[in-house]
Ligand binder design. Structure first.
Ligand code: ATP
Ligand code: MG
Length: 800
């Protein structure tokens, strides 16, 4: 009602208020860091719902990182007592996954299709290069991978790629073989999620009609980082202005924070959008609510060195605050020690650790920082480091699980066919691969074609997988994983390994992950209920201890016809591929936050350390030679600075060990671009930088840093978003919740009961879970196999 909505709107400034309450038509907010863009976007969704202009189903909101998407859901559920789980709020990839799960048949995918992460996709490419007997020196797998992803992001299938020489001809052939292989195995990579969704919408008028009718409001955060395909994708859902009415698209962005041009992001999408959607007014927000004056002055001064800008101003009313502190260390080790002490002091003075962020340009820098924190026993959490789901032992475990879901998944098959070792040699595997290739079948299906002792060992492996599938029918996710860990021999194997203990702990962590996952997924409404802080309306209350801080991004959307849904295991595997996490700090533990600048986009912290401000690192050496590259580096630095609320530290080091080499450094040119009045040098400032800079850099270079010293996040550095959010399962959830919910299910069915389904026939209920709209059952339909059905959709008749 009106009372509620006025409470929502309280505290907004006039420009923000105007933006939140815009009429339902396309609009663009173009505004600097910390001006409340994300807050406006979230508040608008809440306002639209509270004033009855939309239902939760009528809105789609999309952003870039899982962390940001969760943040949005958390803020929303604090503002409104609605079940945010069913809402289309998420990352581009998360929403595509949801879409393809609902339309898997039309998309020509198996229902339990799996998602290849960057590592999986790379090994698939390697296999093809090998099978095609090509030279890895000429066809570098990483570059081929990059080419495939880049083509998809440009909307190009193999037949659409322009061929100009023999090399590109071969590249396209690899691309085609890769596509065929993925299709055969029923797997999709990240770019495929986007492209397949786009094509499906493009090619099916009925789908377009359905979704265009459904989403009256589409909101996009961080719009400056959308690429060509994402913009085209958006138009599919929003409708083309040339055809008449479109959804009310609210695009929100900041050209100064565009940091994904290296991956094809197009700032031009903002002006295209403004023109194509006939945006009548571009809203600017100029007041920064995040940072004190000295921090903001530094950001403003820095970014004014960029020439290609749309032009915005930012001011704060918060006063100058503390000066920005600058520290010069003698070595990266000394930098880490200084940082550790400073952070400890901040903590003792009352700053929670989660409010302390340590930012760096490239992942390789985190190791020395981590070891300083680790040795001092300070809890920390790394985003975007070695992701939990990407660790070898976790991937092995997931491969077994994936095979029980889909034995034709060749990637998983190859990963574990001889792990732990069961005497199946490389020759046997090659023989099997040849047979599979010749018959066009999967490895699993081709096992029978290998004879002799090798053949019976292979058969032993497939029997293991088949038995695992049989034995885990009707079990909970936790039980399935525990059974797999034993039956596969993984646990036994790691027990005998020298460094196996860590790995066993990680495998146990997987069980924990699964446990939290199911609970969060199954009972969204209860699991995400966050208290609204009654004492300060409109603000977001902190999650209660023990309550999940976030939501899993995976949905269990039922098939519209039969009511069939993914098994919890398939859903969990999807989650593992889409989400990535870490396990340094215990969930909910107060920990210092470590991440790349890319991963920090959109976030804010009381205290921020920006480390490694050295030429070659920031700006990165790969980007220094071109004006465009340098401007992007400067925007990256701008993003870093504007994350800080109260205190900002910047540091650089004379020497640094990276990739086994000691580098001798010169401080970053960006430090020279900051206003001296806003800075305080903790160590004396060295003079003579300016004109001698190039020469100094040259000398440093010759002293031994050598080219190629740093692996960049450039086009070859892996194209997965640098942001690695915490896993949704990170928070402990009482399992009693699951049990009580199942009891109060209210659908009148019981375990062991026989039922009739009009497509699958007679079956026996193995498991019942959830309640209300969420209620679902695992049913053994004999010849049709075991299926999970959503009881709100599936028509089941009990048989006496
Ligand atoms: P970025 O560009 O970094 O993504 P942003 O423009 O999205 O920043 P928000 O994160 O929405 O900015 O807001 C920055 C901070 O300012 C948040 O803590 C937010 O709650 C606060 N804030 C925004 N508007 C107001 C307001 N009117 N009154 C008080 N605080 C506000
Ligand atoms: Mg934001």
């Amino acid at each position: 009602g009106p009372a509620g909505s006025s409470r929502l709107l309280q505290g907004l400034n006039p420009e923000q208020l105007a933006a939140v309450t815009l009429p339902g038509e396309p609009a663009l907010i173009l505004a600097g860091a910390g001006s409340g863009k994300t807050r406006v976007l979230t508040t608008r969704i809440a306002w639209l719902m509270q004033t009855g202009q939309i239902t939760p189903g009528g809105v789609m909101a999309v952003t870039f990182t899982n962390k940001a998407a969760k943040e949005m859901l958390t803020r929303l559920s604090a503002m409104l007592p609605v079940n945010v789980r069913g809402m289309w709020i998420g990352t581009f990839h998360g929403l595509c996954n949801r879409f393809l799960r609902a339309h898997w048949k039309l998309a020509a995918l198996p229902q339990s299709f799996q998602i290849l992460d960057t590592g999986d996709s790379l090994s698939a490419v390697k296999r093809i290069i090998k099978a095609m007997k090509l030279d890895e020196e000429r066809f570098v797998p990483k570059q081929v991978s990059w080419f495939i992803a880049g083509s998809k992001e440009d909307g190009l299938r193999p037949q659409d790629v322009v061929i100009h020489d023999a090399q590109s001809q071969k590249m396209v052939e690899i691309y085609q073989a890769y596509e065929d292989q993925c299709q055969r195995e029923g797997v999709v990579d990240f770019a495929e999620l986007m492209l397949r969704t786009y094509e499906l919408m493009r090619d099916h008028a009925s789908l377009r009609e359905h979704y265009r009718h459904r989403f009256q409001h589409i909101l996009v955060d961080e719009f400056q980082d959308t690429n060509k395909l994402q913009y085209a994708w958006l138009k599919m859902f929003a409708g083309d202005p040339a055809d008449g009415r479109t959804a009310a698209v609210l695009a929100v962005g900041d050209d100064d924070q565009s940091i994904y041009a290296f991956r094809g992001a197009q700032v031009g999408n903002m002006s295209d959008f403004e023109r194509e959607y006939h945006v009548r007014q571009v809203i600017k927000l100029e007041r920064n609510y995040r940072s004190y004056g000295n921090i903001l002055d530094s950001a403003n001064a820095l970014i004014s060195h960029n020439t290609r800008r749309l032009g915005k101003n930012l001011r704060t009313e918060a006063g100058p605050g503390e000066p920005v502190r600058v520290y010069e260390a003698t070595s990266d080790y000394a930098e880490a020690q200084w940082l550790l002490e400073e952070a400890q002091q901040l903590h003792r003075a009352g700053t929670p650790r989660v409010e302390i962020a340590i930012l760096y340009r490239s992942n390789a820098q985190s190791r020395v920082l981590e070891s300083a924190l680790f040795n001092a026993g300070v809890p920390y959490r790394v985003y975007g480091g070695q992701r939990f789901f990407e660790r070898a032992e976790i991937k092995h475990a997931l491969a077994y699980l994936r095979l029980t879901e889909n034995p034709n998944d060749d990637t998983s098959f190859l990963r574990v066919v001889n792990f732990p070792t069961r005497g199946i040699g490389a020759r046997t595997v090659e023989q099997l691969q040849d047979a599979a290739r010749a018959s066009g079948r999967s490895l699993y299906q081709s096992v029978g074609s290998v004879g002799g002792a090798a053949g019976s060992k292979l058969a032993g492996f497939t029997t293991l997988i088949d038995r695992l599938r049989e034995d885990t029918r009707g079990l909970t996710l936790r039980e399935i994983i525990e059974r797999m860990l034993e039956a596969s021999g993984l646990i036994t194997f790691y027990r005998t390994e020298k460094e196996g203990q860590d790995r066993i702990e990680n495998l146990e962590e997987l069980v924990t992950a699964a446990e939290a996952f199911v609970t969060i997924e199954g009972f969204g409404k209860d699991a995400v209920a966050l208290p609204v802080d009654e004492t300060s309306p409109g603000t977001i209350a902190a999650p209660l201890p023990g309550q999940p801080e976030a939501l899993a991004a995976v949905d269990l959307l039922p098939d519209a016809e039969t009511g069939e849904i993914l098994s919890p295991l398939a859903a969990f595997l999807t989650h593992a591929a889409l989400e990535a996490g870490d396990n340094q700090a215990q969930a909910g533990q107060d920990a210092i936050q470590l991440m790349t600048v890319h991963a920090a986009k959109g976030l804010e912290f009381d205290c921020v350390f920006i480390t490694g401000l050295e030429e070659g690192l920031c700006p990165h050496e790969n980007a220094m030679t071109e004006a465009d590259g340098l401007e992007e580096e400067r925007r990256l630095m701008y993003v870093a600075i504007t994350r800080a609320r109260q205190r900002l530290y910047m540091s650089f080091s004379q020497t640094r060990m990276l990739h086994g080499q000691t580098r001798y450094n010169v401080k970053s040119r960006f430090l020279e671009e900051l206003p001296e009045s806003a800075l305080k040098w903790i160590t004396p400032k060295q003079q003579g930088f300016g004109s001698g800079h190039a020469q100094q850099y040259q000398q440093a270079w010759q002293r031994g840093s050598g080219p190629g010293g740093i692996v960049g996040a450039g086009r070859n550095g892996g194209w997965q978003p640098a942001a690695a959010p915490p896993p949704a399962w990170a928070a402990p959830v009482p399992t009693a919740m699951a049990q009580s919910a199942a009891k109060a299910s209210g659908h009148g069915l019981r375990q062991g009961q026989s039922v009739f389904h009009n497509k699958f026939g007679e079956g026996v209920i193995l498991t019942l879970e959830g309640k209300g709209d969420d209620a679902r059952a695992q049913i053994n339909f004999g010849r049709h196999g075991t299926k999970w059905l959503a009881l709100s959709v599936a028509k089941l008749t009990p048989i006496e």
